[in-house]
Ligand binder design. Structure first.
Ligand code: ADP
Ligand code: MG
Length: 250
């Protein structure tokens, strides 16, 4: 579903991704761990073209992201073509960014109406299903200000799912939440993983990684230091940098 081949990213002089090679199979859940500043957010933003890579190739479901190859030369895709590629990828951020003047239901209906061109009735029926999936059927008519942080984040997940993504990216989805609200969001993500969704999750929740990840990817300073099943990478790390990281966070 995702293949990164020797991906580099520079912000001016700053070399942030230094040759990332990563393969995520359909249905896999990958958890990306690593110290702050190691490039985790940049990597997932490069997967859905929120950032342009500086070198290498990024494929999602076989599609070269952001670029078109013709006679051995690369051309940047149009904004419209990039938006189309991006529409197959759901993204959930630390900050939920719901529209404050819309109810939970209206927030979930908005993109399918605007982007997929669903009728109001179709979008509403589907949005109610997505809200049920995240356990918020009874909050459909509430505004974001009337919902807890955990509930707002679950609405954000429902909103992403309403676009029928093939891949879901999460960037520290629980980091802004009060501790007692973290569990309900992780539970929704576990259910989503169990339903077969392909997911890449940046999180500091090592318990979630152990329990849910098929693959744990440990990054430091723009490189993948170690990747594999949780029992190996978390339970029996081979590299000093990985050992030091888990010694601090566990
Ligand atoms: P992480 O998510 O692992 O904490 P990031 O991907 O956010 O790391 O950041 C990696 C590095 O790239 C950091 O040094 C950060 O300051 C830098 N960086 C991230 N985004 C930008 C940007 N838009 N412009 C310049 N530097 C950036
Ligand atoms: Mg980050």
């Amino acid at each position: 579903m995702v293949q990164a081949i020797d991906v580099h990213k520079f912000f001016d002089e700053l070399h942030v991704l230094k040759g990332i090679n990563l393969t995520i199979e359909r249905g896999e859940v990958a958890v990306l761990l690593g110290p702050s500043g190691s490039g985790k957010s940049t990597l997932i933003r490069c997967i859905n073209e929120l950032e342009q890579i500086s070198a290498g190739r990024m494929y999602v479901d076989g599609d070269l992201m952001g670029l078109r190859e013709e006679n051995g030369r690369l051309y940047r895709l149009s904004d419209k073509a990039i938006a189309k590629q991006r529409s197959r990828i759901g993204m959930v951020f630390q900050r939920f960014n719901l529209f404050p003047h819309m109810t939970a239901l209206e927030n979930v209906m908005e993109a399918p109406r605007q982007v997929l061109g669903m009728t109001k009735a179709e979008a509403e029926a589907d949005a109610r299903e997505q809200l049920e999936r995240v356990g918020l059927s009874d909050r459909a008519d509430h505004y974001p200000s009337q919902l807890s942080g955990g509930q707002q984040q679950r609405v954000a997940i429902a909103r992403a799912l309403a676009m029928k993504p093939e891949l879901m990216l999460f960037d520290e989805p629980t980091s802004a939440l009060d501790p007692e609200l973290v569990g309900e969001v992780l539970q929704v993500m576990k259910d989503l993983a169990a339903s077969g969704m392909t997911m890449i999750v940046v999180t500091h929740e090592v318990g979630f990684a152990r329990e849910v990840a098929d693959k744990v990817v440990f990054m430091d300073d723009g490189v993948i230091v170690e990747a594999g099943v949780p029992a190996d990478v978390i339970g029996n790390p081979q590299e000093d940098r990985t050992r030091e990281f888990f010694a601090k966070v566990l």
